[in-house]
Design a protein around this ligand. Structure first.
Ligand code: IPD
Ligand code: CA
Ligand code: CA
Ligand code: CA
Length: 266
């Protein structure tokens, strides 16, 4: 993808994401339907679906050949990353959206032949746009984000960690997670994977560890974090596969390699 078409796609996508944010804020004023998916903790609302549909319609009018993968399934079933693929989470943090009316984001990652080119994460109620284009740095509301401090270690780090992973679970050895929590400076749970990536890029948390994220949770965030020198892998150090769910460790290089030693699958 040449730089001119990348820049115009970034400008276009950003405008659509701002407009989608306005749609969400408008729909929040009225009553909206809330449904559950796999259990009572897994929510989806009319607003999630309308936002995904809105973005899909915009993309298809200008870029009919691009594929669109979205959490709520209004796009197509994407089975390969060939060509240009938009990976969308219309509301990342639906639980926060419903219960807190804030702390949720729209996440849009654009991949070309499998390479992450553009990442947008929009904190809708905070009106904060995080954006990145591969090789051109990451920005928060147009202010360039600084490269991560690669000398920072776990002892000095705030780790994004959902407390379910410190409870008995079938994926991880809890003892090592307990040691990790004891060693780190602190832990935080924000309830939006996309925002946790954005906060790493911003340098206000230092790592994010989680055991099961879908492509739309990570697609934009990985691009953003890459641009400030951070890395994202699965818990065995292998790259993520954007056609399925993955485990995730995201941090600067030093903390990332420390984390690999603390996170052991069962
Ligand atoms: C969820 C949020 C949450 C993470 C879950 C995701 P959703 O996304 O990112 O922080 O822990 O794994 O599924 O469903 O609110 O878009
Ligand atoms: Ca969801
Ligand atoms: Ca999500
Ligand atoms: Ca979502």
């Amino acid at each position: 993808m040449d730089n001119r078409s990348k820049q115009s796609m970034l400008d276009q996508a950003k405008q659509w994401v701002y407009d989608a944010g306005q749609l969400i804020r408008d729909m929040m004023e009225g009553p909206y339907q809330i449904n559950t998916k796999k259990d009572h903790k897994d929510l989806v609302t009319e607003v999630d679906e309308a936002t995904e549909q809105f973005l899909l319609n915009k993309i298809k009018t200008i870029y009919p050949d691009h594929q669109v993968m979205g959490e709520e399934g209004v796009g197509e079933d994407v089975e390969s990353l060939e060509g240009t693929v938009w990976i969308i989470d219309p509301i990342d943090g639906t639980m926060n959206f419903v219960h807190q009316r804030r702390f949720f984001a729209i996440s849009v990652g654009i991949y070309h032949e499998g390479i992450g080119e553009i990442g947008l994460i929009y904190d809708v109620m905070g009106d904060v746009m995080y954006e990145a284009a591969r090789g051109q740095g990451a920005y928060k509301n147009r202010r360039r984000l600084q490269p991560l401090d690669q000398t920072k270690t776990l002892e000095d780090a705030l780790i994004g960690l959902n407390n379910v992973w410190a409870m008995p679970n079938r994926r991880l050895k809890e003892t090592t997670i307990h040691q990790l929590i004891a060693k780190a400076k602190g832990t935080r749970s924000y309830g939006s994977a996309a925002l946790e990536f954005a906060f790493i890029a911003e340098g206000i948390i230092d790592a994010y560890v989680t055991m099961r994220l879908a492509p739309w949770d990570v697609a934009a965030g990985m691009i953003l974090v890459n641009e400030v020198g951070g890395m994202t892998t699965q818990i065995d150090g292998s790259p993520l596969d954007l056609l399925q769910k993955n485990t995730v460790i995201c941090a600067n290089q030093a903390i990332h390699s420390e984390l690999l030693t603390y996170i052991e699958p069962k």
